[in-house]
Design a binder for this molecule. Structure first.
Ligand SMILES: [Zn+2]
Length: 192
């Protein structure tokens, strides 16, 4: 891609201020104690400027590591907030709640930024009705479906101190660990 295509033309023409750069956060692995501790509900006025800044850093960190979701405690921060999304679409969920779930259950592969190259096939409801406050302070109620519902539930589990490994038995864990080792070897070989 030529450089001209990567320039934000509106910023270049002075029509828009450049996005302030934020530093990415460190993502801790599954041995970090904060991943096992539930975070209490945030009761202050939301969002304040430090929350807005945190959300920006979390979004940029999720993008940097190509994750689909990131909870604050994965970065050692004790706030009831996570971000979910892709390159095209990202949303912050503060004080997230599940209002209802579908009876239909879907089993899909799931990963986690705190468990590099590790995937588990997990059953989750097909859809969820949720409530959360976004980074603009708006409370939203909406139905999430498929992968977005799965991401929401995975990240909410993090805020409740629950790791996705708690849903499977020893045999499934061993199988997933063997696959992880193979995948890591493959990645290391590709980098050489
Ligand atoms: Zn995770």
């Amino acid at each position: 891609m030529s450089d001209i295509l990567t320039i934000d033309t509106a910023v270049a023409a002075g029509l828009k201020k450049p996005e302030p750069q934020v530093d990415p956060l460190q993502v801790f692995d599954d041995r970090h104690p904060m991943l096992s501790v539930p975070i209490p509900e945030f009761t202050g006025s939301l969002p304040n400027s430090s929350m807005t800044h945190l959300v920006k850093r979390m979004k940029m960190t999720m993008k940097l590591y190509s994750g689909l979701g990131l909870a604050s405690n994965q970065c050692g921060i004790k706030e009831r907030v996570f971000v979910i999304g892709t390159d095209q679409f990202q949303m912050a969920c503060i004080n997230p709640k599940v209002l209802a779930v579908s009876d239909e259950i879907v089993k899909e592969n799931e990963g986690c930024l705190s468990f590099p190259a590790f995937f588990l096939s997990l059953p989750r409801p097909k859809w969820v009705d949720v409530e959360f406050t976004d980074e603009n302070g708006e409370t939203k109620q909406t139905r999430l479906d498929g992968l977005t519902a799965r991401c929401f539930l995975h990240e909410l589990d993090h805020l409740n101190g629950v790791k996705f490994t708690s849903y499977v038995g020893a045999v499934a864990m061993q199988q997933a660990k063997r696959k992880q080792e193979k995948l890591i070897k493959k990645i290391v070989r590709r980098k050489k």
